[in-house]
Each structure stands twice: as structure tokens, then as C-alpha cells.
Ligand binder design. Structure first.
Ligand code: OGA
Ligand code: MN
Length: 272
């Protein structure tokens, strides 16, 4: 959000004069099969360990949005610890817990539109869409709107709107390796995950594992779902997986989307 803390991200490029890599131009976009919202096919297990992202990283002189832009350009992903101010993370966490108690969460599905189905071998989280009807959601939305505009100004990605949901992984829940979008048939361009778990310890599991590209066999790193951390990545390019959680794991997953409006089909209005 607006806070500027000790930046502890994973790469230290300067935003200026970074070349736009193939990952952003689509030149490297031919993916191996992935579990995706469109396909429930499981990928073979490819690795059992990955380096845990270290909070000792750099980019201290860049703002959070500059870190995100630089990370997207250089790697296709960025991690920003302490992105959410603790008060906002706390308010969002309390709201998620309140909504869960009111049974507003549902078992998450995979696949699109008429092919949506629940598949417990692929994902076991429960989700609840953000509708923008609380001050905490509005504060988050205002911040992400600034970020959307900043990314568009820097990278010309044509990000049009945002969709977001709370997610809860109860103990034992996971989400197998997948992409959030396949090229050409999905509006999702940039994925973001914000974590809402104070006091998370390694024994709680539930790390997010990222791979550097659809073809990569070796993961890039794991991120612990520690409260306030933001992970951001290109939806069509970065495979990822949620490792099994051993405590309740709360997060907000959201996506900047392109405008898919056509003469036949009107895109849903912006909410959240
Ligand atoms: C998702 C997802 C990652 C996480 O919801 O698509 O990949 O760390 N979430 O919760
Ligand atoms: Mn995902």
C-alpha cells in the first residue's frame, strides 16, 4: 500500500532501462500441459524442495509498485513482504473469518463457465468473492487500482479491471501446480496473492511454490504465506502450486484482467 518499508524482495534491478523480455511479449508462450482453470489434468510431481524466499533481499530504494514492475519485467514475478499495512491485513483477515462463519465460502472449482467443476485432487481451498462492500475491501481496491494504473503506464499491458476472492485453506488443503490463464482464452493477465496469516511458522506448511516458466521443471522458490506479503506474477507464464497447509491459511487471490468485451458479450462490471 502506501507504506515504504525496508524492501525485501528477491531481485534488485533498476526499473529504468530494463528490456521488455520475451515473457512479456509472448514470444516464449508455448506451455507444456498444466493443470489450469480449464484443465483438471494433474502434472507429474517435479520437485520436492525449493529455496524459501529470503527476507534479506534488496530493491530497498524502489517503491512497492516499482518493485512489482521491475520484477514482472525481469522475471515475470515479484514478491513484496509487508506490502499490506498490518491494520489493513488485520481488517481483511477478520472479515474473511466473519464471512467464513456466515458460510459465505464455497469449495473452489476449476474450469471455466459451463465446464466448472470441483476436483479435490487438484484444489481444496474454499473461496468467497470480494464485492467491495466493506471499508477494508475499498482500501485494498483503491490501492490495487493505483497499482493497475502504474503497471499500465510502465508496461502497456492494458489491464482493465480486477477480480478478487478470499481463500481459506484448512489443514490438509492444497492447490496443485497450475497456470491461472492460458494464452488466448482467458482475461487474466496479472495474478496477485496477498497473505493474511500473522504468526505463520514453517511447520504450518502452505508455501506458494513458483516455477520460472511453463516449461521449467525446477521451481524458482517458495514463499511463506506471511501476513502482509504480496506475490505478483504473469498469469499465463508462471506455474505455481500451494503446498499442503497444516493450519488455517487465509489469503486474497486477485487478477488484473484485460477487457474481453465484444459485440456479443459484455464483460462483467468492475466490483471489489
Ligand atoms: C490461486 C492460487 C495461490 C496462493 O488461487 O489461483 O494459485 O498462494 N493461489 O494462495
Ligand atoms: Mn493460481
Amino acid at each position: 500500500m502506501t507504506c515504504r518499508r525496508e524492501a525485501r524482495c528477491i531481485e534488485a534491478p533498476s526499473v529504468s532501462d530494463l528490456p521488455i523480455p520475451a515473457i512479456l511479449t509472448g514470444a516464449s508462450a508455448h506451455a507444456l500441459p498444466e493443470v489450469s482453470p480449464q484443465s483438471a489434468q494433474l502434472s507429474a510431481p517435479v520437485a520436492t524442495t525449493a529455496p524459501l524466499i529470503s527476507p534479506a533481499s534488496m530493491m530497498a530504494d524502489l517503491s512497492p509498485s516499482e518493485q512489482i514492475i521491475a520484477g514482472l519485467v525481469r522475471n515475470g514475478y515479484a514478491v513484496v513482504p509487508d506490502y499490506l499495512p498490518p491494520r489493513l491485513a488485520g481488517a481483511l483477515r477478520r472479515e474473511a473469518i466473519r464471512r467464513d462463519r456466515r458460510h459465505e465460502f464455497a469449495l473452489a472449482a476449476i474450469g471455466r463457465e459451463d465446464q466448472r467443476q470441483q476436483d479435490a485432487s487438484v484444489r481444496r481451498d474454499r473461496t468467497c468473492w470480494l464485492t467491495g462492500d466493506s471499508p477494508a475491501q475499498q482500501a485494498l481496491h483503491a490501492d490495487l487500482e493505483q497499482l493497475r494504473q502504474g503497471i499500465n503506464r510502465a508496461l502497456f499491458l492494458g489491464l482493465f479491471d480486477l477480480e478478487a476472492h478470499f481463500a481459506i485453506y484448512h489443514p490438509g488443503a492444497f492447490y496443485r501446480r497450475h497456470l491461472d490463464a492460458f494464452q488466448g482464452n482467458n482475461a487474466r493477465i496479472v495474478s496477485m496473492v496477498l497473505y493474511l496469516n500473522p504468526g505463520w511458522v514453517p511447520a504450518d506448511g502452505g508455501c506458494l511454490r513458483l516455477w520460472p516458466s511453463p516449461r521449467a521443471r525446477r521451481p524458482a522458490f517458495d514463499v511463506a504465506p506471511v501476513s502482509g506479503t504480496l506475490v505478483c506474477f504473469l498469469s499465463e507464464q508462471i506455474p505455481h502450486e500451494v503446498l499442503p497447509a497444516f493450519s488455517d491459511r487465509l489469503s486474497i487471490a486477485c487478477w488484473f484482467r484485460r477487457n474481453m468485451t465484444t459485440a456479443e458479450r459484455t464483460d462483467p462490471p468492475v466490483t471489489g
